[in-house]
Design a binder for this molecule. Structure first.
Ligand code: FE2
Ligand code: FE2
Length: 433
């Protein structure tokens, strides 16, 4: 006779627990990649600049899951989808949504709630003594997934309000995914059941867009300030610099799209650390975009006053996706020195908001410069025939941008000059208001 060990907390052994966490890691990973890939195709400014926070949150929990799996399975560092494939196939199918509405709706109604529920259940089941190190993160993730699902629901509803004809397609897509998920047994503590992939209505094998979708509430243009296409205009000082800098920040929307596109493009090839870095990169660029937007709104500009350009994202259209990574790195390396100068200038203007935004932005950029270097080198090492070293790549990027700038028509130049003059005049009138 022995003392009984059948206590409630005896449910999972170390490997059982690692198996569950591994399943959740791959679910998160699939959604991170899909959310990143979709960013260039989402028009709504609100959605384009909020989804990056969601995928960054997802990357944090995924990273904690992964680390915990390695601790539990020490010394093994093998992480494979294995018998979770029927479930992960469903999560990976999210990427092939027929449109942005369907994509967000499937996240809101199927994927995020499924993760929320399993995290809640795990948090309840897991005992602190053996699972404490991951239980804390799981509980945070459960709360985040609940908030994400609620936000996504609202974001999708806002998109349906703009395009009611897209609702049916989104609902059919989401329903089919929900059925498929259910056929596998859903996200659970047990291994999924094999389920034949159904014919998903409207499925579009994902292909990255070369033309970014943009929010029509803004003043849409290719070049977002006259100095880009007219060297006589100048970056400016005083009010002009305050405006130019805020407009530059809003126009980091191309960096959000680019960071998302490269996360998706090289996720399989460059592995988890790359996904984790680019998730943060994407989120940071969304924050920078919102910084400029917030300053302009706080000064009294309407959304329709604000130019949103597309030439930087479009300059890498039709190229190897490595050029997108190169372009992001090129612009960051080129501009980082100017940020500290401008921050100091804003201090002398007593423009605390611009000063502060630039100061925080600078700190992010020093990190991004490192990301760019590390991951471009990793890519070049894998494909020495296709991807040149960083100096050569940056020269190619410069040539691509120049080509895009030289393509500007007279009417585009006039349009952006008129828009900038209107903003400057408005800024002057706000000064005296
Ligand atoms: Fe940035
Ligand atoms: Fe950056």
């Amino acid at each position: 006779m022995y003392l009984s060990g059948n206590h409630k907390r005896g449910k999972w052994l170390r490997v059982d627990s690692a198996r569950i966490l591994k399943r959740l890691f791959f679910c998160e990973r699939a959604l991170i990649i899909a959310q990143a890939g979709w960013l260039p195709s989402i028009a709504s400014f609100e959605a384009k600049t909020t989804l990056p926070r969601l995928l960054w949150e997802d990357s944090l929990i995924a990273d904690q899951l992964r680390e915990r799996i390695f601790e539990l399975k020490f010394p093994s560092r093998i992480l494979e989808i294995g018998d979770d494939a029927p479930l992960i196939d469903v999560f990976e199918a999210a990427l092939d949504a027929p449109g942005p509405e369907a994509f967000l709706w499937s996240l809101a109604r199927v994927f995020k709630p499924a993760l929320r529920d399993i995290y809640l259940a795990f948090g309840d089941e897991a005992d602190e003594l053996s699972q404490g190190p991951i239980r804390r993160h799981i509980r945070i993730a459960a709360a985040e997934k609940a908030a994400q699902a609620a936000w996504l629901d609202d974001a999708a509803e806002a998109m349906f309000a703009e395009a009611p004809q897209r609702r049916e397609e989104a609902e059919r897509w989401t329903e089919a995914l929900a059925d498929w998920l259910q056929a596998t047994g859903g996200v659970s503590f047990d291994a999924p059941a094999a389920a034949d992939p159904p014919a998903l209505p409207g499925r579009q094998p994902f292909r990255q867009t070369d033309i970014p979708a943009r929010d029509p509430q803004f003043h849409l243009t290719r070049y977002y300030w006259p100095d880009i296409v007219d060297s006589s205009f100048g970056y400016g000082e005083g009010i002009r610099m305050q405006l130019r800098s805020a407009v530059s920040h809003v126009n980091e929307v191309w960096a959000v799209e680019t960071a998302g596109a490269i996360l998706h493009a090289f996720a399989d090839e460059l592995g988890w650390e790359y996904i984790r870095d680019t998730a943060r990169w994407t989120y940071d660029e969304a924050r920078h975009t919102r910084m400029g937007f917030q300053r302009l709104r706080d000064w009294g500009f309407d959304v329709s006053d604000i130019p949103l350009g597309s030439y930087l994202y479009e300059s890498t259209g039709g190229q190897d996706p490595a050029m997108r990574l190169g372009m992001l790195h090129h612009f960051e390396a080129k501009n980082i020195g100017k940020k500290a100068q401008r921050r100091d200038a804003f201090e002398t203007y007593q423009d605390r908001a611009s000063q502060r935004d630039m100061d925080f932005d600078w700190a992010d950029e020093t990190m991004h410069a490192h990301y760019g270097k590390v991951w471009l080198q990793a890519l070049a090492q894998k494909h020495p025939d296709r991807i040149p070293d960083i100096p050569a790549l940056r020269m190619r990027c410069e040539a691509l941008v120049l080509r895009e700038i030289e393509d500007a028509t007279d009417s585009e130049k006039e349009d952006i000059r008129a828009l900038a003059e209107t903003m400057i005049t408005k800024a002057e009138s706000l000064l005296h208001a």
